[in-house]
Design a protein around this ligand. Structure first.
Ligand code: ADP
Ligand code: MG
Length: 230
């Protein structure tokens, strides 16, 4: 009976992945094919019109590419490349990578780094993805021009804590249990893979992710992992 159920669950998950990929990849592909057929008909006289269709192709390719990257990161299969890093540097790099979006949305950033030079042993590329996913969600949850993003690092015992707080929409109680589920999203163009990746990456680093959120007030994500002996 148990085996039967886990088989069924596997089928259910495979079915969901197949449906999402079919939908998420087919939509941009359809757009690309439509744009290509415009070129083939050779009825695009002006440079501007050509550019319009090239933009459509570019945007839709980027979209598929992003989906594939996120899919790969949301699985646990890729290899880990572990090295020592200063926690604060990882957080600063994440904010640098989000700089354009932060600026575009006129978000105020408060930094509170209580760790001076604590070291962690991590896969930098993966940790940056994990943090960036949280920061991007925070940006997307906040009203442009009114957003405040607070980022803090702390050391308690043998663990480092990275806390990312936004004053955005918050998360409805009913959604809290599903946040980390693959493909859970309430965004029209979301993939629902961001937090799945983040959680997998952090778990692979023997860390943990915690969320606190209040609707209408904002959300705090806290990541912890073991600090390396200095
Ligand atoms: P996506 O961003 O593609 O929707 P994620 O896995 O990154 O997928 O996030 C899943 C969902 O969790 C989001 O669609 C959103 O509903 C919710 N969420 C995540 N972070 C926040 C946040 N900071 N504030 C409000 N809702 C959030
Ligand atoms: Mg996201």
């Amino acid at each position: 009976k148990e085996l039967e159920r886990s088989q069924q669950e596997k089928f259910a998950i495979t079915g969901r992945i197949a449906r999402v990929i079919a939908h998420e990849v087919r939509n941009p592909l359809t757009n690309i094919l439509l744009a290509v057929s415009q070129f083939k008909q050779g009825e695009l006289p002006t440079y501007d019109e050509n550019l319009l269709y090239v933009d459509i192709i570019e945007r839709n390719c980027t979209r598929i590419n992003q989906l594939i990257t996120e899919l790969l990161h949301s699985t646990r299969m890729s290899e880990m490349n572990m090295q020592y890093y200063i926690v604060n540097d990882l957080v600063k790099k994440t904010l640098q990578q989000a700089a354009d979006r932060l600026q575009l949305n006129e978000i105020m950033v408060h930094q509170n780094f209580m760790l001076s030079d604590a070291l962690v042993m991590v896969d930098e590329e993966k940790i940056l993805i994990a943090l960036l996913n949280i920061v991007i969600n925070a940006i997307e949850a906040m009203t442009p021009g009114k957003g405040i993003l607070s980022v803090a690092t702390e050391l308690h015992g043998d663990k480092v804590y990275i806390t990312i707080t936004d004053n955005g929409a918050g998360i409805p109680e009913a959604n809290k249990a599903r946040l980390f589920d693959p493909f859970f999203t309430n965004k029209p163009k979301g993939t629902g893979l961001g937090l799945t990746s983040t959680q997998n990456i952090i778990i692979n680093h023997k860390g943990a992710v915690h969320v606190e959120s209040e609707e209408g007030k904002g959300t705090t994500f806290q990541i912890s992992f073991p600090v390396h002996d200095q």
